[in-house]
Ligand binder design. Structure first.
Ligand SMILES: Nc1ncnc2c1ncn2[C@@H]1O[C@H](COP(=O)(O)OP(=O)(O)OP(=O)(O)O)[C@@H](O)[C@H]1O
Ligand SMILES: [Mg+2]
Length: 375
């Protein structure tokens, strides 16, 4: 085991992933990723199925060896160190509990592997079970537990030996919605109590936004953006991130037109919309741009109390969601758009087929230079 602390190691970095790549034969699972993970942070790897989240997590844990690059934990290069000598606790995508063992033995497993003394095992297992609210359940068989309880056992097993990094691979994906929300709170609580550096994997953007200090958005084995939740939502750096995080409408490509400080977007069929904010951060005059607009930025024109940027549209359908309704409209010059309207009154007031004038606010729109279609 390599115990040399790296000279000049930055103490704020708990895990340092440097130029890591992983190929499975011809399949490139992780392309080339560099990612310093800060001590004590709750970091989420977010991306669609197959983008390389589990592979990256497995390389931190030591269950997969990188094809290239290095992984360091607390300044120590662990690229060639086996999992049980890495000081990482892991909850696997499918829990991977031992079904024939009881709860206590499942949690004690890692301690016995580390040859911990019997009395200390008894104490530490109970403390870990207490931490995940399973006190006194040590004697239960795993098969007698609900999904949520099994998930807690997996969590207790991952934290029982006091790892310096906690790795969680979609730990909540098998739970129903209510239990999932409850476990989200409990995981955050556990993080607050322990201060453990946590790497959490999910493909659920809502879960990522609500839980994380920072989010790493991945696609096809590459990092697209690393940001705090709010910044990711309001300032996505490319169309993949814009479309993946939250609901968003992509408008047809428009041409940016400046006159003095004012900026407008000219669409192909003659429609023009004002940019709303000043154009300092926007691309240059005459650039072709893709504009992304959240459903909450489109409102019924009369109700918005704002002049300008009014577009004629026709209601296509409504989806009632309790606190609000998502109404799909066909807007002249802009195509199909989803707008979000408070309550459910719009369903009766503007049934499918009705004409509707909408105000499209571009104050918070994401404007990116249009990328010419490839292929
Ligand atoms: N052992 C393996 N052998 C060959 N290909 C693999 C192996 N493990 C993963 N892959 C491939 O590597 C890519 C990344 O897989 P990975 O499991 O890391 O994705 P993921 O982001 O965790 O997806 P999911 O959200 O479905 O769990 C996929 O194309 C997958 O098919
Ligand atoms: Mg996975």
């Amino acid at each position: 085991m390599n115990t040399q602390p790296a000279a000049g190691h930055n103490g704020d970095v708990a895990v340092d992933i440097a130029n890591v790549a992983k190929n499975y034969g011809a399949v490139v699972a992780v392309k080339q990723v560099s990612l310093p993970i800060r001590r004590g942070e709750f970091l989420t790897l977010l991306g669609p199925s197959g983008c390389g989240k589990t592979t990256l997590l497995n390389m931190i844990a030591g269950f997969e060896a990188p094809t290239a690059g290095t992984v360091s934990i607390d300044g120590r290069d662990v690229t060639n160190v086996p999992p049980h000598l890495r000081d990482t606790g892991m909850v696997f995508q499918n829990y991977a509990l031992f079904p024939h063992m009881n709860v206590f033995d499942n949690v004690a497993f890692g301690l016995r592997m580390r040859k911990v003394e019997k009395q200390k095992i008894a104490h530490d297992v109970e403390a870990a079970l207490d931490m995940v609210k399973l006190s006194g359940m040590g004697g239960r068989r795993v098969k007698q537990l609900s999904g949520g309880q099994q998930q807690r056992v997996a969590l207790a097993r991952a934290i029982v030996f006091g790892p310096s990094v906690l790795l969680l691979d979609e730990p909540l994906s098998a739970l129903d919605k209510n239990l999932r929300t409850q476990m989200q709170f409990e995981l955050k609580d556990l993080h607050r109590k322990t201060g453990l550096t946590t790497v959490f994997v999910t493909h659920d953007q809502g879960e990522a936004l609500s839980m994380s200090d920072r989010i790493v958005v991945m696609s096809k084995g590459e990092i697209q953006q690393i940001s705090k939740p709010l910044e990711l939502y309001s300032r996505p750096v490319n169309s993949f991130v814009a479309s993946f995080i939250g609901e968003i409408n992509q408008l047809p490509v428009a041409r940016l037109k400046r006159s003095g400080k004012a900026v407008a977007f000219a669409f192909q069929d003659g429609l023009a919309l004002d940019a709303g904010n000043d154009g300092a951060a926007l691309p240059e005059d005459d650039a072709d741009v893709s504009i992304f607009v959240r459903p909450e930025s489109i409102a019924i024109a009369d109700a918005s109390g704002r002049a300008g940027n009014v577009v004629n549209a026709k209601v296509v359908s409504h989806i009632y969601q309790g606190t609000h309704t998502v109404t799909r409209i066909e807007a002249a010059g802009l195509g199909l758009l989803d707008m979000r309207v408070g309550g459910g009154q719009i369903i009766d007031q503007k049934p499918a087929g009705s004409a509707i004038d909408v105000h499209v606010s571009l104050d918070n729109a994401v404007v990116l230079k249009a990328v010419p279609e490839t292929k």
